[in-house]
Design a protein around this ligand. Structure first.
Ligand code: MG
Ligand code: MG
Length: 259
């Protein structure tokens, strides 16, 4: 993990470009999820999109990860390896992707229900998405890193869910994982003071049951220890004088379909 350095405005401008491409990539992938496809199909689509936009698939080979996309189903939290697993109607599908353009990273992800999501799955998705929004809102100059985690944790727990502790958000820039760490739990007013020039990935992982996780024998796939559902959303966010700016915004799927 690199040491921490504030990003200059021209550097943030470059990250805007990589972030915008990743946002479009994930919007397309989210629309592609359907029953009968394999998780490897999604990976192939991600890699094609990234290369077609003259970017490097950041995950491919990162610490030995074998693919361009993480696909995590149901009780899988993060870091699922794409393969022959067939996605079924009602599955909770979490996608995590990263890319590099001109040396600058973007890292983002989302969860979608395949086909008709059950009310249980939909409430988990909605809560996790809202938790990310609250975390982003707390990432403003003058606040502390702990304010982000506190905002996420209090909302998630008020909804009866738990936040994963073993995996956290992070600074991002020339490397995917830079300092500071950005936990999804914490106390207000603790941790680094947030200043303009921070670029961080905020990524709440929310469990229906207990927060504990374990790693499968493939050395990558993280699952909930109690086998219950887990959901995940992530955005790369730049902190500017005027507040947090989401760099990996996804185009509105309805508008994107008609444009
Ligand atoms: Mg990620
Ligand atoms: Mg990340």
């Amino acid at each position: 993990m690199d040491s921490f350095r504030l990003k200059r405005p021209d550097e943030i401008e470059k990250m805007r470009v990589s972030g915008k491409i990743l946002g479009a990539c994930l919007a397309q992938l989210a629309r592609s999820v359907r029953a009968g496809m394999t998780t490897l199909d999604l990976d192939r689509e991600a890699e094609t999109f990234i290369r077609d936009h003259h970017c490097i698939p950041g995950f491919l080979g990162y610490d030995g990860f074998p693919n361009s996309l993480c696909v995590s189903i149901n009780d899988q939290v993060v870091h699922g390896i794409p393969g022959p697993q067939v996605i079924r109607d009602g599955d909770l599908v979490s996608l995590d992707c990263g890319l590099i353009l001109d040396g600058w990273w973007a890292d983002s992800g989302l969860s979608v229900g395949c086909g008709e999501a059950s009310p249980e799955v939909q409430r988990l998705i909605d809560t996790t998405r809202q938790a990310l929004d609250l975390g982003i809102a707390a990432a403003r100059p003058g606040n502390h890193i702990g304010d982000i985690g506190a905002a996420v944790q209090s909302f998630v727990e008020a909804n009866g869910y738990s936040v994963v502790r073993q995996y956290v958000g992070h600074g991002i820039g020339r490397d995917m994982h830079e300092l500071p760490q950005v936990p999804n739990y914490g106390k207000p007013g603790t941790g680094n003071l947030i200043k303009p020039g921070y670029c961080i990935a905020i990524e709440p992982m929310v469990n229906v049951g207990r927060p504990e996780t374990r790693v499968l024998d493939d050395d990558w796939t993280v699952v909930t220890t109690d086998g219950k559902l887990s959901c995940y959303f992530e955005h790369t966010v730049a902190i500017t004088e005027s507040g947090p700016e989401v760099l990996t915004l996804r185009p509105d799927p309805v508008l994107a379909d008609v444009q």
